[in-house]
Design a protein around this ligand. Structure first.
Ligand code: AKG
Ligand code: FE2
Length: 348
């Protein structure tokens, strides 16, 4: 009797899943999700653990690389743990936390994304803070190269800082959005390399992620035009449909990890309920064929660092840079735009 009940329940669950899958697959005129069509649903990200030797060499062996590349294609995101040493992260974090408080003090005039609790914040673009283990991490580049093609183009270098509210302020979440708020290819063309400077948890505002949505509805499913502060918002009916078959998650991401996310993936910055600033760097690697004219702006004392990496065959990236003096770099790096003011679109 018990077994009969169980199998009846299983059958009912299967039928419900099938029904939901068909519902989504038949959404009038709208593209469906690859992960739905393949019948694979997961809310939590694949975590690849780099071995000590892999981290030291800056190179994943074949099995781990396969796992990472598979997750990026299937889910639009992978976490690779134990890639960056904590000492290296701590030095940058100390400076960026101070800078974050400066930006937070600018309130509504600051470079906030969707709400003032989430700041677009560049790292100081000068040599003493430019550690290649962070900014041109070879394992990150190995994965982005495997997905996008040889020598991805690195043209965006910034961070998202989830801020504990100021006294009297209320924590708030971002709307679920895609950073690809323009008509874009329906295959991978840009990957965001996120490097959290501290462990990310639901308490300090770990990003909410909607796995498998990178190959979904494109710009048709969004609200808010490019250039607006709140562009790229996913329509409510699509969120409800997706939630019913695969709810989002807010994973714990250990310090020392890198997160590689398809630019198209639905996600949302979440409130920071802790007392500490949570900085998460964001470097974007574009496919070599993708025609985006953006350039980085760095102090000229970083030039020899990149040239050395390149001459040793350890860069693996195209890096178009406007070089400026140290003085200029330090004067201007906290005066850059909010996230959606950047144009990630390509020329025809
Ligand atoms: O800070 C985060 O966790 C995500 C922020 C974000 O997605 C954005 O500002 O576009
Ligand atoms: Fe975003």
């Amino acid at each position: 009797m018990g077994r009969k009940n169980t199998s009846f329940r299983q059958t009912k669950t299967m039928m419900l899943l099938l029904f939901l899958r068909c519902r989504v697959a038949s959404l009038g005129g709208r593209r469906t999700f690859a992960s739905v069509a393949n019948g694979r649903f997961r809310s939590l990200p694949t975590v690849v653990k780099a071995s000590g030797i892999e981290a030291q060499k800056g190179f994943l062996e074949a099995r781990n690389l396969e796992k990472a590349v598979g997750a990026v294609h299937r889910d639009g995101l992978v976490v690779v743990e134990d890639v960056i040493s904590h000492d290296v992260l701590n030095q940058l974090n100390k400076k960026m936390v101070q800078d974050a408080r400066v930006l937070q003090g600018r309130g509504e005039d600051g470079p906030f994304n969707y709400n003032t609790g989430n700041l677009q914040q560049d790292a100081p673009p000068v040599a003493e803070f430019f550690n290649p283990a962070i900014f041109t991490n070879p394992i990150a580049t190995q994965i982005t190269t495997a997905v996008l093609g040889p020598r991805p183009k690195w043209t965006f270098c910034s961070a998202n800082s989830a801020m504990p509210p100021l006294p009297g302020g209320e924590p708030s979440r971002q709307p679920v959005h895609s950073d690809a708020d323009f008509k874009h290819p329906d295959h991978p063309f840009a990957l965001v390399v996120n490097v959290p400077l501290v462990s990310m948890t639901p308490e300090n505002g770990s990003t909410e992620i909607w796995l498998g949505t990178h190959n979904g509805t494109g710009v048709d499913g969004q609200e808010g035009a490019h250039g607006e502060r709140a562009s790229g918002r996913i329509q409510e009916d699509l969120l409800a449909q997706r939630r019913a078959i695969c709810p989002p998650s807010q994973p714990v991401v250990q310090k020392g990890s890198i997160v590689i996310r398809d630019l198209r993936l639905w996600h949302a910055g979440m409130p920071n309920l802790s007392k500490e600033v949570r900085v998460m760097l964001a470097m974007i690697h574009f496919a070599p064929w993708y025609r985006n004219p953006m350039r980085l702006e760095f102090s000229e004392d970083i030039k020899p660092v990149l040239e050395k990496l390149e001459s040793e065959g350890r860069l693996g990236l195209e890096v178009p840079v406007d070089w400026v003096t140290r003085e200029e770099a330090l004067k201007t790096y906290l005066n850059r735009g909010f996230g959606n003011s950047y144009d990630f679109d390509q020329t025809p």
